[in-house]
Write a protein that binds this ligand. Structure first.
Ligand code: HEC
Ligand code: HEC
Length: 76
């Protein structure tokens, strides 16, 4: 089980590397909507519902440490 998980990690890194030079972040696979190369998760127009669980209740980073406001003004 452990080796399988390690293998999937290596696969994910290998698959995402061709696009990773577009952004300093390595967004999860479910972030499928590209905005000028910055990968956004679907539901981005309602972030206070869809993004707060990882990007923080105030959208300033939370557990993943990526704040919406480092690229956007204070919109939400
Ligand atoms: C299940 C957790 C989770 C949810 C929910 C989530 N994100 Fe993320 N997001 C992440 C992680 C993890 C990263 C990558 C962090 C890193 O690379 O350090 C990330 C990175 C990003 C980035 C930077 C990617 C890039 O290419 O620069 C954007 C933009 C983003 N998320 C937008 C959103 C939006 C918009 C939503 C809501 C619709 C959302 N995220 C919801 C976990 C999540
Ligand atoms: C790495 C930079 C980056 C991060 C982090 C980021 N965005 Fe974006 N986002 C962009 C770019 C670039 C665009 C497209 C250009 C624009 O319209 O500002 C965009 C567009 C959008 C749009 C489309 C509407 C609009 O204003 O153009 C929404 C909604 C959005 N982002 C929400 C979010 C949310 C919510 C987060 C945090 C979870 C987030 N973004 C984090 C770079 C980023």
């Amino acid at each position: 089980m452990k080796s399988f998980m390690l293998f999937s990690c290596i696969l994910m890194i290998a698959c995402s590397s061709p696009t990773s030079n577009k952004s300093k972040y390595d967004a999860p696979q479910d972030h499928t909507i590209s905005k000028s190369g910055a990968m956004h998760k679907p539901g981005l127009n309602d972030p206070l519902t869809n993004c707060v669980s990882c990007h923080g209740a105030d959208l300033r980073g939370g557990d993943v440490g990526v704040s919406c406001y480092e690229c956007h003004g204070k919109k939400w």
